[in-house]
Ligand binder design. Sequence first.
Ligand code: ZN
Length: 486
Amino acid sequence: MLRFPVRATCMAFRKSRMALPRDEPTSARRAGPKMRRPTKRMMTSSDTPIPPRPMLPSPPAPGRYAYKQACRFVFGFLVLLLVAGGLKAAWASSGSAHLAGFLPAVEATILDGLRREELDRGVVRIAADTNGFLTVAAVTVALSGAPSLSKLETYVGRLVRTAFRAVPFLDEVDVTVLGRHPVSLADLEDVIFTAAASRSEVLSAPVNLPPADLVRELRRVWAHPLLERPTERLREASRAQLGFGEGSPALLHTALGTLRDLSDRLRGHLLGQVVSSKLYRASRGRRAVALTFDDGPLPLYTPLLLDTLGRLGLRATFFLIGRRVEQYPYFAAALVQSGHELGNHSYSHRNLTGLSFDVVHEDLRRAQEAIFYATGHMPRLFRPPGGRYDPTVVNAATALGMLTVLWTDNPGDFQGLPPQRLKTRLLSRIYSGGIILLHQGMPQTLRILPEVSQVLHRLGYTVTTVTGLLHPTDVRARWPSHPPSR
Ligand SMILES: [Zn+2]
């Protein structure tokens, strides 16, 4: 809705620029290519009249030139005004919300519904998608000020009811509320409230149930703990100042680290076994591959992915970001309940190379804590953010009882490739003991999974988790007291 008018206005702007008079030629050489050069025949033939030589434009008088420049400036200014007006109108017509998903009609219908109920203020993004069975919409709201928890619940309850009323075939609405950070008390945008409501939950509630109570009865709700205890804010704020130190520029560290573990990498890929607490590829002896998804949990795509994998009968390993697990604990719990394996993908998802052992250890420990708190499972696998690691990062993961897991097949689903190309890239690097790297939150990934699963099945591959690739005796030897539960 927003894109078309902007593009059209830009085209109009470009056309108008093309229509502007060009700079006057300052010499005959510049004007030359525009003239038709007399050919040999023209010069020798007596019966063919020689075309008149085009007149060179005379150099403009200084006053006329200034007048033209002024006209150009005014014209350009008017065009800019038009573009700005068009953008403003487009922005206003979309209620300042960015319709970002694969189902623009659904997204626009929800936005219209919210506008009618005067709930659209603060809605910054609506995205909807489907896997053919489940249709989910994710609404992101940015609130100014520091709303109370009960006000938030009332707002979210009304929003959810409106969305389901607007789109009768919508199965789930995921709401994320951004607001003033309750710890720092600064105007930092942070997630302060999330909820996931299914149509059945909302329909089964009495119609006259107050919206706040409706939200309180949802199974999947998270509120920032300090929203409920505002008196603790100042104490927490002083603790938050401690924070983490910033990492040094990572490029050099990454390069040195890559050189250092080059032999590990080669041995790991060739032998298909754990080398220096790192797993690049599992045993070649079994025709099996592991499916891994990084960067979740996320609204919209975690439930869709979960539903798709369930329908395909596939189990995978999900490397989760601790911070996101805190904000969407119910999605992390749903992954475990559906039989998937969880791994640690750090708490902050920043580049951990070049940091001290204590800082890396604390980051990974916080993620462990968040995942354990949400799911009751302590991950035994770790994947460094961006695949960047150095010996300190691997040592910190090992100290927390985790095996560092890399991959053999990275089709680059984060690059937004067309599904067909993504699928071809993924399938071109399949071999026994391979580990496939994919990401949550990627619409194309969701779309290729059924066909990828079919092809792998036809080729005789078992699709499993990372731990599923390891030999049971290796698993017991590595984690004798607490082997991974999945
Ligand atoms: Zn990542």
